[in-house]
Design a protein around this ligand. Structure first.
Ligand code: SF4
Length: 383
């Protein structure tokens, strides 16, 4: 009971909004990272397979080759590389993780990492037969090790809107999984949310999804569908992206409305940062991003990348050790070039410490939102 409480606090679930807000302000930094610091990764994103049985309009991964992916034994060898020695937070995604045979064995290897503080998984949620036994056994192991386990299920609309985005009729199965997890949290995870990617195909229907989430008390997070090299969504941008589309105004209005409805400061800041990005003439990223300095991506063949959005492959653990790849002067210079050339045009909702300047922009905008009406009213009375 006490351990469960501790895990949920570590997983941020049980913190009061006030404590969460203080935590948010404490996790800020004076300057954005330059990308040149040689720090061991503390955050790892792990696409554990390229195999996927969804057919999403904003992603090409389901058309990619998924041969020659690592076995549990090879994975265990990769994780014994010192580059993983400081990893605190690890996220499993894909492809669709539940299509990986022995997924629980992969997760058990991850749970052996010496400094791990949290594990999370993103799934499309409709491979119910494979997903649920995995969730149950991994959560049992997480409890043994006192490591918070978070599940995120992707849901991109209500009913046929979700099916339109996924390219399959799977809303019923996905919503059933969401219901099962939500009603049996003590069996499957410490914390849980729904993730919705906002694109052309759903932007005008999101209120229905939001009402559905509210009605069932589901925690839903929205992110912009963006160009992501790893899943080749950069090649599909005309098909789904709102950034180049007449529906951009709908996206602006939607994210603006989220600022007001978010129930904690971090989410308010995140939605403000997305809104600010959408309205600004000169694009600027206000959100922090751990992948600029201490995040790493490793795929199902041991290939390493800095972030998934903009980074090319920087090397392979099948060929050499992690430190030689992650810290090589050539690759560090490459990471700096990502920061110099890509980050300000990236609105991926990766988290990280925001700069004081970004926080100031946010606070000023919030003050303006709360006071503009009274200012103009006062002005009209005086004049
Ligand atoms: S391009 Fe985006 S995801 Fe990659 S390091 Fe920059 S901000 Fe982070």
């Amino acid at each position: 009971m006490i351990d469960s409480l501790k895990r949920r606090i570590l997983g941020n679930e049980m913190l009061s909004p006030f404590v969460k807000d203080i935590k948010f302000f404490m996790k800020t930094r004076r300057k954005a990272p330059s990308g040149t610091a040689k720090k061991f990764p503390t955050v790892v994103q792990m696409p554990i397979t390229y195999n996927c049985n969804s057919k999403c309009v904003m992603c090409n991964i389901w058309k990619m080759d998924y041969s020659n992916e690592m076995s549990v034994e090879e994975f265990s060898k990769f994780l014994s590389d010192p580059i993983f020695s400081k990893v605190e937070h690890l996220g499993i995604n894909g492809g669709e993780p539940s299509l990986v045979k022995e997924l629980d064995q992969f997760a058990f290897e991850i749970l052996k990492l010496p400094n791990l503080k949290s594990l999370n998984i993103i799934s499309h949620g409709f491979n119910r037969k494979q997903l649920f036994p995995f969730l149950e056994s991994v959560y049992a192991k997480c409890k043994e090790k006192n490591i918070p386990f978070h599940i995120s299920i992707s849901l991109d609309g209500y009913g046929e809107v979700h099916d339109r985005v996924r390219g399959l009729k799977v809303f019923k199965l996905t919503s059933l999984s969401i219901k099962d997890i939500h009603e049996n949290m003590n069996k499957y995870c410490d914390t849980f949310d729904i993730g919705c990617t906002v694109i052309k195909q759903n932007v005008d229907d999101l209120i229905e999804l939001d009402v559905y989430a509210q009605k069932h008390d589901y925690n839903i997070k929205y992110r912009m569908g963006i160009e992501n090299k790893r899943i080749e969504s950069d090649k599909l941008k005309d098909q789904y992206s709102l950034l180049y589309d007449g529906l951009l105004q709908s996206a602006k209005e939607f994210f603006h409305s989220r600022i007001n409805t978010a129930n904690n400061l971090y989410d308010k800041f995140k939605y403000f940062a997305i809104y600010y990005f959408l309205v600004a003439k000169k694009k600027e990223r206000l959100l922090g991003c751990y992948w600029q300095e201490e995040g790493m991506t490793m795929d199902s063949r041991g290939d390493l990348y800095y972030c998934a959005v903009a980074s090319d492959k920087i090397g392979s653990l099948r060929e050499t050790d992690g430190k030689s790849i992650f810290f090589s002067d050539k690759n560090i210079a490459y990471r700096k070039s990502i920061i110099d050339n890509n980050c300000n045009s990236c609105i991926h909702d990766y988290y990280g410490k925001a700069t004081w300047k970004s926080i100031k922009t946010f606070v000023n905008a919030m003050i303006f939102e709360k006071t503009w009406y009274y200012k103009y009213k006062l002005k009209s009375i005086i004049s």
